[in-house]
Design a protein around this ligand. Structure first.
Ligand code: EPZ
Length: 431
């Protein structure tokens, strides 16, 4: 079993290069299926979920080649409208193939992406959106089948009851291949949606209202070969900002997309971090002197505070001083990291969707286990502040979203190393 070891109380100094965005590259990879040709993506992170998505596309007949951080997808001969069961259950993003399969093949099937540790994560909004475009949906024995009518999909006005990121992405991809125009009201506004829309525009689709909650997508009969750069990962950048806040020091987060991190940066400043955004757009200089101050925040859809950084900032608050109050409004079960932090001496009380964190004495060393991707990263952040050695197991979760968290933090002087062990543990499906 692989275990990450951290010797805490070592301040961080230097530069950390921020990888390409996991939650941006996955839908763009799925969207490449729409085009009977070649898509080249640059700044692609070398993470488990990307490898899994490559496997899914290859199982459909695409050819994928990753050279460093440049991914070439040739979808010209894709002909199998089915996500293999073994891969579908590895990550949430397999559900995002439904829209592209409908657009490309007029049909598609995948196993239900399955629940996970952060909530039930139903797909009703995905399916009702695709039905609104004319798809027939059938759920049987854990398999989701979709089929467009004989005339294919037809654009129309759709109102989302909740700004679901994945549902927005699925509907946008299907609408990009539908006849006529789709107006999607109540769309998610996460930066990853903007990236997907800009990719589809570059490939030939006409999309208006990008960055707003009302998207107007006019379907495109033929897409074109595209070369597209994936932006930096705002959640990875926010994770390493949390690391500086926990450990202290001064780090340049190179490639951090500051323009999409407003809520994160606002909270960091409130908790005492020094933040300077480079004029050249090259990233963020983050510094921390002493322990973090208490703060209260609530997660929410973008531009609210990102739920994916909730556990990281819980770790920062637990290592800091004073009473913080955290509300998780997006997922109904995303406080599982709290009990692991308590093993390191954190004082946290959970009351439904509210966590009360009381920063007192510094955290202590101990053994903890990652239960999900971002919770695992939060435990590493906690380890950086601990007086003693922290061992984090369940690293398979972390590798799904972070290229190499040990390499990145070691670059900035952290005393951290991976003890490679038995076959990987930790299951996908959390994101
Ligand atoms: C995406 O998940 C991200 N994953 C998540 O990041 C992120 O936490 C989430 O958006 C919210 O920002 C990827 O992009 C791969 P949602 P997604 O649909 O699309 C409910 C990470 O760590 N809902 O916006 O699954 C759902 O239950 C991962 O990188 C329905 O009720 O999120 C949840 O309560 C974790 N019905 C809320 O909406 C639906 O059909 C938000 O889910 C869909 C969602």
């Amino acid at each position: 079993m692989s275990v990450i070891h951290i010797q805490g109380m070592q301040s961080l100094n230097g530069t950390i290069l921020i990888q390409g965005s996991k939650n941006a590259v996955l839908p763009v990879m799925a969207a490449s299926l729409l085009h009977r040709g070649v898509t080249v993506l640059t700044n692609v992170p070398g993470i488990q979920d990307v490898f899994c998505m490559m496997g899914i596309l290859e199982s459909m007949g695409c050819c994928c080649r990753l050279d460093g951080r440049c991914l070439t997808i040739d979808a010209s001969r894709a002909d199998r409208p089915r996500v293999p069961e073994g891969l579908a259950g590895q990550m949430r993003s397999s559900v995002m193939l439904l829209g592209p399969m409908l657009g490309r093949f007029g049909e598609g099937a995948t196993s239900h992406p399955g629940g996970c540790l952060i909530g039930s994560r139903p797909i009703d909004l995905h399916l009702s959106g695709l039905e609104a475009l004319g798809a027939k949906v059938e759920l049987a024995g854990g398999t989701v089948r979709v089929e467009a009518g004989p005339g294919g999909l037809t654009g129309r006005e759709i109102a989302l009851g909740y700004p679901s990121v994945g549902a927005t992405e699925n509907i946008v991809m299907a609408a990009a291949a539908a006849r006529g125009t789709t107006v999607l009201i109540g769309a998610a506004r996460e930066p990853e949606i903007e990236t997907l829309c800009r990719f589809l525009q570059a490939a030939g689709a006409e999309i208006r209202g990008i960055g707003t909650g009302c998207l107007r997508i006019t379907g495109c009969a033929r897409f074109r070969d595209t070369v597209f750069a994936i932006p930096g990962d705002r959640i990875v950048a926010g994770t390493y900002l949390g690391a500086v806040m926990a450990a202290g020091g001064s780090v340049f987060l190179k490639g951090a997309p500051a323009g999409h991190m407003e809520a994160n940066l606002r909270l960091a400043r409130e908790m005492g971090a020094g933040i300077r955004i480079r004029e050249d757009g090259g990233g963020i200089d983050a510094s921390m002197d002493g322990r973090a101050k208490a703060a209260s925040f609530s997660t929410g859809p973008y531009p609210g505070f990102p739920t994916d950084l909730q556990s990281v900032m819980m770790a920062v608050a637990a290592a800091g001083v004073g009473r913080s109050r955290i509300q998780e409004t997006v997922f109904e079960n995303r406080f599982s990291t709290a009990k692991e932090l308590q093993n390191l001496g954190a004082h946290i009380i959970i009351d439904g969707r509210t966590a009360l964190v009381d920063g007192r004495s510094p955290l202590r060393g101990g053994k903890v286990r990652a239960a999900d991707l971002r919770g695992g990263a939060a435990l590493v952040v906690a380890g950086l502040a601990a007086a003693g050695e922290v061992e984090v197991s369940g690293c398979g979760h972390i590798r799904r979203g972070y290229e190499d968290i040990c390499r990145d933090l070691k670059e900035a002087g952290a005393r951290i190393w991976m003890e490679e062990g038995a076959a990987c543990e930790g299951r996908g499906g959390e994101s």
